[in-house]
Design a protein around this ligand. Structure first.
Ligand SMILES: Cc1cc2nc3c(=O)[nH]c(=O)nc-3n(C[C@H](O)[C@H](O)[C@H](O)COP(=O)(O)OP(=O)(O)OC[C@H]3O[C@@H](n4cnc5c(N)ncnc54)[C@H](O)[C@@H]3O)c2cc1C
Ligand code: SF4
Length: 502
């Protein structure tokens, strides 16, 4: 039985991040590994409360109190097994998940300090590697049925692993030159070093999954050809259609880019360099898009914006402003608005914020300012209020509040508008809904029989934990569609939403 007094003896504590002055000179991960004793103490804080709300907070239904207790008692092999029973890739979620489980932890009630669940998770995941626990579990492709997975992000990879382990022949098709989806060229190395993806790809390959990179389904291989080759198809193409602001004067100026254009270019340079040292980034046509020596303005307040900020620091920006339309969120949970155990609206400080830059809240860009040659030289902003009227967002500029910020590089990180419109959709007979996502029936099939959908492509831009959960659930549905024996775990159904106050 867990230690009932652990949370009284130990305070919540995370390992120290690498010093800012050191980490912005390289691209390595911000967090060094935690000491074994610290992790044992933190796991000891879990009191195994009778109703573990953290289970409901986690879309994967991770067995958090179980593995916390196994870590407390030093039973690392069993902890590795327990964690992998519900999560194919805990080294991704343990590093990158915003941890809705922690927002739902009973120890967090009344503004107290929840268990460091995510940190324990990543330590178990890394222990698995250290102990050779990423050994493949090959199963001969015994069912005689074959599945195509289109897209190699966390949703596609989770589904592929589940299906291969159930005895199906699985081929993953990816249009990029490397496997991983957004984890590969979207998320920078200082959040996720790419060795973690490579290790999993090697494991999946050893389990029989075939990988085809550089294949754009709908262009290089038609939907009809793909259906001819496989008994079922899973679409896991993500939600990569970046939101833009075409109505803002000056948008066509040089130097104004989608955030992903900047991130992908920067991540490709790091991937090419291979030694973790900074190097200048260029667009596919060779145009530089490096922040070095430039005044950078990032528009947006989420993960993507924070990643642009961290990249700008490492590239040596002269200065960075990050703009947010909304006012600064509260620093703690507003229990009226977001009662425990729901996910609260609070100020989120990413490691990149500790590295520098200025955050400006409650402002909107009025114009991208031309330097007279077609290159941006500044952004004119105004203070604004944002209201909801008849379900619509109304942004009102405060008269006389306008000012200009210097900007040689402007990055739009204002969200995504669903999955891209691309030939594959019409070829499969699948349409985007009003949110730009692809609907699924309760059994994860799209409007086209035998064609399933999972991850951001179905949910809209979301989180890795949801992508893995949907990949696992869609795999279970495909297994059943193919007449597989028994059933696979399905942690979520297509209608499942995050915990919310009713
Ligand atoms: C900059 C950034 C930072 C983020 N940071 C975090 C974070 O810290 N924590 C977190 O939980 N989430 C984060 N996210 C969100 C997270 O990355 C996504 O929710 C997750 O990757 C979605 O997984 P997916 O498998 O559905 O799709 P994706 O990862 O988007 O993968 C889709 C893949 O499909 C491929 N594809 C598309 N069309 C075709 C085609 N026709 N043929 C072949 N292949 C195709 C694409 O090339 C891509 O590789 C971040 C997102 C961004 C953009
Ligand atoms: S995957 Fe995310 S929500 Fe689930 S246990 Fe890990 S950190 Fe928590």
């Amino acid at each position: 039985m867990p230690d009932p007094n652990g949370f009284l003896r130990y305070e919540r504590q995370l390992p120290a991040r690498r010093p800012v002055a050191v980490r912005i000179t390289d691209w390595r991960e911000v967090y060094p590994p935690a000491g074994a004793e610290l992790i044992r103490e933190q796991a000891t804080r879990c009191m195994d409360c009778g109703i573990p709300f953290c289970h409901d907070g986690c879309p994967l239904g991770n067995r958090i109190p179980d593995w916390n207790d196994l870590v407390r008692t030093g039973n690392w092999d069993a902890a590795v097994e327990s964690l992998h029973a519900t999560n194919n890739f805990p080294e991704f979620t343990g590093r990158l998940c915003p941890a809705p489980c922690e927002a739902a932890c009973v120890l967090g009630l009344g503004g107290q300090q929840p268990v460091t669940i995510k940190q324990v998770e990543v330590e178990i995941a890394d222990a698995a590697v250290a102990r050779g626990g990423l050994n493949p579990h090959p199963v001969p492709a015994s069912t005689g049925r074959s599945v195509a997975v289109v897209g190699s992000g966390p949703a596609g990879l989770a589904a592929a692993q589940q299906l291969a382990r159930a005895g199906h022949a699985v081929t993953v098709y990816e249009r990029d030159d490397a496997i991983g989806g957004l984890l590969r060229y979207g998320i920078p190395d200082f959040k996720l070093e790419k060795q973690h993806i490579d290790r999993r790809v090697a494991q999946l390959a050893a389990e029989g999954v075939q990988f085809r990179t550089g294949v754009n389904i709908g262009v290089d291989v038609t939907a009809e050809e793909l259906r001819g080759r496989h008994d079922a198809v899973l679409l896991a193409c993500g939600a990569l259609q970046g939101r833009d602001t075409p109505e803002t004067p000056g948008r066509p100026l040089r130097g104004v880019h989608q955030a992903m254009t900047h991130l992908v270019a920067a991540n490709r340079v790091v991937a090419a360099a291979g030694d973790g040292r900074p190097a200048p980034a260029v667009l596919p046509d060779g145009t530089p898009i490096d922040a070095a020596g430039r005044h950078v303005v990032i528009i947006g307040g989420g993960d993507t914006a924070a990643d642009c900020l961290g990249v700008a620091h490492r590239q040596g920006a002269a200065g960075v402003h990050q703009l947010d339309l909304y006012p600064e969120p509260p620093h703690g949970r507003d229990a009226e608005r977001d009662p425990w155990p729901t996910w609260p609206w609070v100020l989120r400080n990413y490691p990149a914020h500790e590295e520098g830059g200025d955050r400006v809240f409650a402002v909107a860009v009025q114009e991208f300012v031309d330097d007279g040659t077609g290159q941006v030289k500044g952004v004119r902003i105004a203070e604004v209020t944002v209201e909801r009227r008849d379900g619509r967002r109304v942004v009102t500029a405060l008269p006389g509040s306008e000012r200009e910020l210097p900007a040689d590089l402007v990055l739009l990180a204002i969200g995504f508008e669903g999955t891209e419109e691309q030939p594959l959709l019409a070829q499969f007979g699948v349409t985007r809904n009003a949110r730009g996502a692809v609907d699924a029936r309760p059994d994860w099939q799209t409007d086209a029989d035998g064609v399933f959908v999972a991850g951001d492509m179905h949910r809209g831009a979301s989180l890795i934990v949801w992508a893995i959960a949907e990949g696992r659930a869609a795999a279970a549905a495909i297994h059943s569609y193919l007449g597989g024996i028994g059933s696979l775990p399905a942690p979520v159904d297509p209608a499942r939403q995050p915990l919310a106050a009713r």
